[in-house]
Design a protein around this ligand. Structure first.
Ligand SMILES: [Zn+2]
Length: 606
């Protein structure tokens, strides 16, 4: 695969390093857009792309890598108050978790807005509040300096400005953007989770499409909205090495078959999950199928939904009749059945206190009920899932623990997965779970250990928990991913038909396999490269795609959410019509009266 011609970064770069001046580039009429990765280049996590035009500076996403010591985007050399707007593709923490740091470091212009769809803004607010708690805990534990505070989270959430799928001029949606900025943006449905979007930016006749994370798999979301043609595509590559996933319906059937088997033998079930997206796919699978069980069994089952997944599901329910956001089939089902909460199965418990969690485990241990516990986090790195796992090990003789998603390095989930794959009879993991009651029941399966006895006396917070459980409990389910595989990525790239493709947000092995595949199969693509951190991508030169500037009102499906935007949009439209009519008048000799009639007619169609 062709490597970018930009120079490698110098060996040592300090905090003042400016990637654009190092690469000796700046926006100009010949190079109207420059994209610089500040995270998420050759990694999954902390997606963040700086976009410079002649009239403004923007970010597309600003994420956090929550694994292994929290990595934020690399903001070095970014002057104070220099970012005029942020486009947020979706609410996963690896795309929005760095936003409060922008606030903390004063990098946003006074009136800069965070532009997102309404569900993305709601879910991101939830995610950022949760992320703050994790950040506070991590900084307390490690003694590192806090990168953002509650005030930063509140301030950055106040900047959210919601925009439905569609688009317009950037200057019309973020007051920090100069009126002279002609650049246009467009959001389209990326079908990755509720409200997720790809983003197109256009300036000086050139276009770039940022895929964000692409889905097209979840049963409750619509298909991906086809993106427009563009000169450059910035494409995610998380599953770029996987030709195609197990089909979603096969994966859901496999999950249900295993759940049913567990229930029939009265085995409690734990499903650690991402709170947003995956949790709702799991819940929908349960709510569609639990009624097929015998009445006797059904009465014993207790579906437990815990933690942030509860609030996220509430947001999903706010949109179950909004077709641009959820699949038409779900909207129809909701409207026909009159049910307002299709994601929630019957017999649902949502514990909010440890006492309630303890009670449901006691009921299960006695054999009174069979719980199916759906709880974040998906890799057992936080939330209550590691605590449930530990209680299961301490209290139960048999259980099923599903792994339903990607398990990153150095997570409890990865340890479980690896030992299961190695056919270990007993799997042992180290976590920092605390019991729901005052102590673990008397069990050799759970031990508290000090991480480093040699360091002298440790506080209780430093105690780690070593958990052993039978390897047969672990049940991985493939194919529930919300990410498009190679085939979906190729089809998106073909629709964009770019001159160059820059791979982002993927591990090395995935990008190395996806790159040549795209180079061979996307017509007329001249280069597919793996983008590098702090290495600018110039959008200019001999574009092979015809991307004559599109006016804001030519973007389909433009719907603005507040009056300001609407007025702004109409103002734009009137100015443009005036110009068009003036031009037509020169040719046809229309009178002033006729001009006004034409404008009235056109506005009537808006
Ligand atoms: Zn995502």
């Amino acid at each position: 695969m062709e490597e970018t011609e930009q120079p490698w970064l110098p060996d040592e770069i300090d905090e003042t390093f400016d990637p654009l001046s190092y690469a000796d580039t700046s926006p100009s009429p010949e190079t109207p857009i420059i994209v610089t990765p500040r995270g998420g280049a050759r990694e999954v996590g902390r997606s963040c792309y700086q976009v410079d035009t002649q009239h403004g500076r923007y970010l597309v996403d600003c994420g956090l890598n929550q694994g292994r010591g929290e990595k934020f985007p690399d903001f070095r050399g970014l002057p104070p108050q220099s970012v005029d707007a942020v486009f947020l593709t979706h609410a996963h923490i690896d795309h929005c978790g760095g936003l409060p740091v922008l606030e903390n470091r004063n990098l946003l212009a006074d009136d800069a807005r965070i532009l997102a769809t309404p569900p993305t803004a709601s879910i991101a607010t939830l995610m950022l509040e949760d992320s703050l708690k994790i950040h506070q805990r991590e900084t307390n534990r490690t003694g590192r300096i806090q990168q953002f505070t509650r005030r930063d989270v509140e301030a950055v959430c106040d900047r959210f400005h919601t925009i439905n799928y569609g688009g317009g001029r950037i200057s019309g949606v973020s007051p920090a953007v100069s009126d002279t900025e002609p650049a246009v943006f467009q959001f389209g449905n990326a079908a990755h989770l509720l409200g997720s979007a790809w983003v197109m930016l256009q300036s000086g006749g050139y276009r770039v499409v940022f895929s964000g994370d692409l889905g097209g798999r979840a049963p409750h979301l619509p298909d991906i909205t086809p993106p427009p043609e563009a000169d450059v595509l910035i494409l995610e590559s998380t599953y770029g090495d996987t030709h195609s996933h197990t089909s979603m319906s096969d994966a859901r059937t496999a999950l249900w078959t295993d759940i049913k088997r567990a229930l029939q033998t009265r085995e409690p079930v734990l499903i650690p999950t991402f709170a947003v997206g995956r949790a709702q796919t799991l819940l929908l699978t349960l709510s569609e199928r639990l009624h097929t069980l015998s009445a006797d069994l059904r009465d014993r089952i207790e579906v437990v939904l815990d933690g942030m997944a509860v609030d996220a599901t509430t947001i999903y329910h706010e949109y179950v009749t909004e077709e641009p956001y959820v699949a038409e089939s779900l909207v129809n089902r909701v409207e026909e059945s009159g049910m307002t909460e299709p994601f929630l199965p019957a017999n649902l418990t949502t514990p909010t206190t440890d006492q309630e969690r303890l009670e449901l485990l006691t009921r299960a241990a006695r054999g009174d009920t069979v719980p199916i516990i759906v709880s974040p986090s998906g890799m057992l790195t936080g939330g209550n899932s590691p605590r449930y796992l530990t209680e299961f090990a301490a209290r139960l003789n048999s259980a099923t623990v599903f792994l339903t998603g990607y398990q990153a390095q150095n997570t409890v989930g990865r340890q479980l997965q690896a030992q299961h794959q190695a056919d270990q009879q007993t799997v042992t993991v180290t976590t920092s779970a605390t019991p729901f009651g005052t102590d673990w029941p008397d069990s050799s399966a759970v031990q508290w250990i000090r991480p480093d006895e040699a360091d002298g006396p440790s506080s209780d917070d430093d105690l780690l928990t070593r958990v052993s459980l039978p390897g047969s409990w672990i049940t991985p389910i493939e194919g529930l991913s919300g990410h498009a595989a190679q085939h979906g990525l190729l089809s998106f790239a073909r629709t964009v038909g770019p001159d160059t493709i820059h791979l982002v947000h993927g591990p090395d092995y995935a990008q190395e396999r996806l790159g040549p595949h795209l180079a061979e199969n996307v017509a007329d693509v001249s280069a597919v490269t793996r983008s590098r951190l702090l290495t600018p991508i110039e959008i200019s030169g001999d574009a092979t795609v015809e991307t004559a500037a599109i006016a804001p009102d030519q973007i389909d499906d433009t719907r603005f959410t507040d009056l300001d935007e609407r007025i702004n949009h109409l103002y734009e439209l009137v100015s443009q019509l005036n110009e068009e009519v003036a031009a037509a008048r020169n040719e046809t000799g229309l009178t002033e009266q006729q001009v006004r009639e034409i404008i009235r007619d056109e506005l009537g169609n808006e």
